[in-house]
Every structure is written in C-alpha cells, then in structure tokens.
Design a protein around this ligand. Structure first.
Ligand code: ADP
Ligand code: MG
Length: 478
C-alpha cells in the first residue's frame, strides 16, 4: 500500500480533518452525517471512507466530499481524493483496523468501530463502558433525554424514566422497581431506555448499567447453557446497578429463558438493584408469560406510552428538523403531523426522506413535493383505521348503539354486530387479541378469538351476511 501510513498516523489526520469540518458545519450536521463515517485506508492518494447507508453516502458526496478532500490534502500533504463506500454492517464487514470520526469532546467514552447502531438504525454507537461493556449493547448517543420530545402521550413514561436515571446516578433507590415501559412500536421505549443509560453514564460513570434486548439476553443465556457456565452468566447480571431489558415480549413462551429471567430478576430486585423493562404490551397482556413473572412485573411501576397526538407529532418534527439543521416550512410539518400518524419512527423517516429529496434535487420543500416523495407512506397511513372507527361504522350499519360495543348485553341483535366489529378489528388493525378485547368492554382475548371464528364460519354459509361484512370492510378501507 504505497503512500499508506500507520493506522495511528491515519487516525491522527482523521481527527484533525473531522475536527475542522465539525467546527465548519456545526454540531447537528456533524452528528447526522459525519460521525457515522469510518476511515478504512489511505492508499495512493485515495482516502476510503465508509458509511452505513446509500442515502448517507449520496448526501455526503453532494455536500461534504470536496471539502473533505481539501482538508485531507491540507493535513496530509500531497493530493487526495475521497472514496465513500456503503457498508451496512461495518462491524462484520471489516477485518482491518478502522477508525470512526472522533466524537465531540463531551463524549463519555471513545467510539469504537466495531459497534452497531440500535436505537434508530443509524449513526454511531458506543458501548456503555468498561464494566458492562462486554455484555451491554451499544447506545445511540442521540437517544438521550434532551432529544426526547415530551407530550401528553409519553409524559408519564418520560417522568418515570427520568426518576430512575436521576435516583441511580445519585446513588438512591427509585421509589419503584421494576419500571415497566410499554407501548406500540416506534413510540420511544428504546429511546427512553438509552436515555436512562446515558444519563447515568454521564452523571456517575462508575455505575454498572446493562442495556440488552430480550433477544440478546436469551441468546446469551442459551449460549451460557451450552457452554455450561451459567454461574458466570448470573454473576455478570448480579453485579449491575441497573439492568434494562428491551422488548421482553420476545421472551414470552420461552420457558427456560423465562425461568432464568425470573431468577435473575428476583435476585436483583431483592438486592435493591434497579430493573427497567420494556414491552409492546402491558404485563397482563403478554401472551405466554408466566403468572408469577407477570405479578412481579406488575409490582413496580407500569407506565404506558400512548399513541402520538397531533401536537406531539408536530413538536417532534420541529425538533428533528432543527437538529438536521434544515428549514422546513410550517405547513409541510403540519401536513406530515396530520398524515403520518402511525408512530414516531415513520414520522422521522418521512421527514428525512422529504429533506433529502429536496436537497438532492435542489428544489424547495412544499406540500406537493412531500406528497410526491411520500406517496407510499401516506397511502399506508390513510388506510389505517382505528377500532373506534370500526365500532362506530358497524354500530351505524346494524343500527345499534355505540355503547353496546362494550356493554354486557348478549342479545343476538347486539352480540352479532359486536362480533363483526371484533372480526374487522382483527382484520384491519395490527392490534392483538387482548388489546381488541379491552376495547370491547374489557372482554377476554378468547372471546375475540371466538368472534373471529364465528364470523368466518358465518361468512362461508350465509351469503347476505358475507356481503354485509364485505361492504363494511370496503367502506372502512377507503
Ligand atoms: P420503540 O422502542 O418504542 O419501538 P424507539 O424508541 O426506537 O421506539 O423510537 C423510534 C424512533 O422515534 C427513534 O428514532 C426515537 O428516537 C424516535 N422517538 C420516539 N419518541 C420520540 C420523542 N418523544 N421525541 C423524539 N424522538 C422520539
Ligand atoms: Mg424498541
């Protein structure tokens, strides 16, 4: 490799180049675009950098590549060109020593190139530190409390998470243990858990914080079983100050893992260690969870994150646009907040696409271009109906009262429409059986299952009933 220096020398140049660029373009742009970059090699005047996505590469090529080449040439002498490659999973892809862009000064630990993004599927990540670094998953630096927009749907979960973080950092016990966070996908559970970990890392770096997905937890446990060192496995968890397990719905139904989880969990709670758990459902709705585990989970504080409201969505969009360092007209933000209602992840993704498109084609952001760029996303969001809408439509159609959807009345004239509504809720929404049951006056999930079967059966044998249901379905879908 003619013209290649040692890795130390490359690192040194990379630090100087990225520090200079950082000061030129500002914090937000640096965080979004430059920090995820990793330098791989410098050979024959060509600097090879990698980024995790094509989108990032296109953006960097459009905005920063010339300046990068200039800076590199100034710092290294000679003449340099920049080559940017896309490597989605760089931890696995690269066997060479690689160096990622240096973190800003306040960063709690040095970035390592062998870590993968988690929270938002983008950007660089760092391990939670030396004590737990070998077991804890990396944290996304953007998932902190400051970047979390608080509104009605998430204020309780936010306050509870903050309380846990602050208490632990100050060496006190939080007034509740465990903290159980639940809510639909993309509503900020992982964000809050990362934020707890960051807060503790920054305020009290010696605390041992472990953040793991439930899947990872399971995987490690099964591996320990196979390697016959479960004692070691338990020891690692038992020395933590805070154990956070994300998405525990993935543990349900796996008996030996649940068992282990339960024991680890009990031991930790008994020792006064803090536990934080997340799931997509409440403890009682977790299908296949053991009773004693559920009751233990219920003992602490259960905080749910509700579906977003228009105000929260707008607040999040404003904050994200500001972070990206771009000016997005208010009507466009309002339009997005109205239209992309499913979850924050989609909202964020939509905004990024709109901004990127505008930059790449060099046209201003308008509602028209937004509609064009996001037509698939907007269509998908339009099609989503709520259980309430289904109930209302079905009640009107069969001429019963809306309140009968959740009443205990069993007369066929109300029971049948109710079953149809349950059936349509199962077909047209992503809600689970227990969730649907709850919306129908707190009925059990087996009742919903029965309704679904009954309607299916009737549709096969009763032609006019079948047409009724089809009609309702079409009305709800358009
Ligand atoms: P979950 O774990 O509940 O599926 P995440 O925590 O991964 O959801 O959130 C999805 C995305 O939305 C992340 O990029 C996260 O940073 C962002 N997000 C969610 N809620 C908020 C919020 N209130 N403020 C800012 N960003 C948010
Ligand atoms: Mg998550």
């Amino acid at each position: 490799m003619a013209g290649t220096g040692t890795d130390d020398r490359i690192l040194d140049i990379w630090v100087r180049v990225s520090t200079r660029l950082h000061s030129e373009i500002g914090e937000a742009a640096f965080q979004s675009w430059l920090k995820p970059m990793i330098v791989h090699e410098v050979a024959d005047g060509q600097v090879r950098l990698s980024v995790p996505t094509r989108f990032m590469r296109d953006w960097i090529v459009a905005h920063y590549v010339d300046r990068l080449a200039e800076l590199w040439t100034e710092e290294d002498g000679g003449s340099h060109t920049i080559d940017i490659v896309v490597q989605p999973d760089r931890a696995l892809a690269s066997k060479k020593p690689v160096v990622s862009a240096p973190a800003p000064a306040e960063a709690p630990s040095a970035p390592s190139a062998s870590e993968k993004s988690t929270c938002m599927g983008r950007g660089p990540v760092r391990s939670t530190g030396s004590v737990s670094g070998d077991i804890s998953a990396p944290l996304d630096p953007r998932c902190n409390f400051d970047d979390f927009v608080v509104g009605k749907p998430n204020e309780f979960a936010y306050a509870a998470s903050r309380r846990v973080a602050e208490a632990t950092a100050e060496g006190r016990r939080a007034p509740f243990n465990p903290l159980f966070l639940y809510g639909g996908v993309g509503l900020g559970k992982t964000h809050l858990m990362h934020a707890i970990a960051w807060h503790i890392r920054q305020q009290a770096a010696d605390r041992n914080v472990i953040y793991l997905s439930a899947e990872k937890f399971m995987y490690r446990f099964i591996r320990a079983l196979r390697e016959q060192n479960t004692v070691d496995f338990k020891e690692r968890f038992r020395s933590v100050d805070v154990l956070m397990i994300d998405d525990v719905q993935f543990i349900s139904g796996k008996e030996s893992t649940q068992e282990e989880f339960f024991h680890t969990f009990n031991a930790l709670v008994d020792q006064g260690r803090q536990i934080v758990i997340s799931a997509d459902k409440s403890p009682s709705d977790l299908e296949g969870m053991e009773e004693r585990l559920i009751s233990r989970l219920n003992c602490g504080l259960v905080a749910d994150i509700h579906a977003t409201t228009y105000e929260l969505r707008l607040g999040i969009l404003q904050s994200k646009a500001e972070h990206m360092g771009v000016e997005v007209p208010s009507p466009v933000l309002e339009f997005l907040a109205h239209k992309v209602t499913a979850n924050v992840r989609e909202l964020e993704g939509g905004l990024t696409r709109v901004v990127a498109h505008a930059e790449l084609v060099g046209r201003p952001i308008t509602i028209e271009t937004t509609q064009e760029v996001l037509h698939d996303l907007l269509r998908a969001n339009d099609r989503r109906v709520t259980i309430e809408e289904i109930q209302k439509r079905v009640a009107t159609h069969f001429n019963i009262r809306m309140s009968d959807m959740s009443s205990a009345r069993r007369a066929r004239s109300v029971a049948r429409p109710r079953q149809v509504a349950m059936y349509l809720a199962k077909q047209l929404t992503a809600r689970s059986l227990p969730e649907i049951g709850r919306k129908f006056g707190g009925r059990d999930h087996t009742t919903v299952m029965h309704a679904v079967r009954k309607v299916e059966e009737l549709r096969e044998h009763d032609h006019s009933f079948n047409e009724d249901v089809d009609l309702l379905r079409r009305m709800l879908e358009t």
